[in-house]
Design a protein around this ligand. Structure first.
Ligand SMILES: Nc1ncnc2c1ncn2[C@@H]1O[C@H](COP(=O)(O)OP(=O)(O)OP(=O)(O)O)[C@@H](O)[C@H]1O
Ligand SMILES: [Mg+2]
Length: 346
């Protein structure tokens, strides 16, 4: 459903050209990105030059058109010209946390397995005897507490700071905890900034070796705010092998490059399926697509994770793969990624 909406959005958007570059706003254009999550649409237009008024006009027309698509509940179009400024402000970090490394897990497209990866990477790192914090920063649909088997809400301590909840030795905080059920489906830049700041300065994290952040999909305010305001060690981009996911992953990579955030690597999720009957690997989508992309961008390829029914079932039940079956194939994949990541950041 989300994919159908996405393709209709691009049917409208490609009728418009970028006022600066004259290129059509088709899916390959780096200056537009669209994410659909549960019927809520977020479209980002990155403004390059001084023609903000022209972009705002396009944004308005896009919003009016996309609102007509059946199944769309809300449309938020953000025109952002902050990207260049982000570079300038790089030394002025207002999000404070005592973490040796901060790693953001990102994807261009929604539903590619970012949250599943974040939870299992955090678990793998904690198996290496590291102090791990996991921050669910997905403003459009926080899902990490459920995947971590946590249903309680955090309490505030005497310093008026939220105390992270803990399971499997990992400290967890979710942006969902500070949103009520009436959470806005339309987020403005300053609201994102405020909520994320609270996740850092307003939480009693203590001392951490790693803070793993599960970002919302796409290239939006949360990504830019974190690049601007926190000391990110870098980001890991998750993609599935399909072309649409790769096109969006490319946008994510380009955005992080623009704001000087290191890309620690790219991971291919749902790479292949091992058949129960014949025990063969079936590459349902194209083979090695993400690996080739990594070579092209000269960024590390961190590994591939197969489609695994248990991974999905255990996620739904709040049990990370490493806890469920520490010696299984999936657990080994995450352990190897965690060790490589640690090596690259030590
Ligand atoms: N390798 C895998 N094998 C089987 N199922 C998977 C795999 N990776 C993720 N899933 C399942 O796919 C669904 C989407 O995964 P997940 O929620 O982690 O994606 P996401 O990128 O965080 O999505 P969103 O953009 O909605 O936040 C979940 O049901 C999850 O259990
Ligand atoms: Mg998610």
């Amino acid at each position: 459903m989300s994919d159908e909406i996405l393709s209709l959005i691009y049917t409208f958007s490609k009728k418009f050209s970028d006022p600066e570059t004259n290129l059509s706003f088709d899916p390959k254009n780096q200056n537009i990105s669209a994410v659909v999550k549960k019927g809520n649409v977020n479209i980002y237009l990155l403004v390059k030059g001084q023609k903000e008024d022209l972009y705002i006009n396009i944004a308005r027309l896009l919003k009016n058109n996309v609102e007509q698509i059946s199944g769309v509940l809300s449309v938020n179009v953000i025109v952002n010209s902050d990207v260049e400024n982000t570079k300038i402000n790089n030394n002025n970090k207002r999000f404070k946390i005592d973490a040796k490394n901060i790693v953001a897990i990102a994807s261009g497209k929604g539903g590619v397995g970012k949250s599943t990866f974040s939870v299992n990477l955090a678990t793998a790192l904690s198996y290496l005897d590291l102090k791990i914090g996991l921050l669910d920063a997905d403003i459009y649909g926080p899902s990490v507490p459920r995947m971590m088997g946590i249903s309680k809400k955090p309490i505030m301590n005497e310093n008026k700071k939220l105390v992270p909840l803990e399971n499997y030795g990992i400290k967890l905080m979710s942006i969902g905890f500070i949103l009520d059920s009436e959470a806005p489906t339309i987020w403005r830049g300053p609201m994102v900034m405020k909520a994320l700041e609270q996740m850092f300065n307003g939480v009693e994290w203590g001392e951490l070796d790693y803070l793993i952040i599960d970002l919302p999909p796409g290239t939006g305010d949360a990504q830019l705010t974190l690049a601007q305001s926190s000391k990110l060690s870098g980001s890991i981009v998750i993609s599935t092998p399909q072309d649409v996911a790769l096109t969006d992953a490319r946008k994510g990579i380009n955005m992080f490059k623009k704001v000087n955030v290191d890309i620690l690597g790219i991971v291919e999720n749902m790479s292949y399926f091992i058949c129960d009957n014949c025990n063969q690997k079936h590459h349902i989508f194209s083979k090695d697509g993400v690996k080739k992309e990594a070579e092209e961008f000269k960024i590390p390829f961190l590994g591939e994770i197969p489609i695994d029914t248990n991974l999905r079932i255990q996620s739904d039940n709040g049990i990370p793969a490493l806890i469920d079956n520490p010696n299984g194939e999936i657990a080994k994949k995450f352990m190897s990624i965690a060790k490589n990541l640690k090596k690259s950041l030590d």
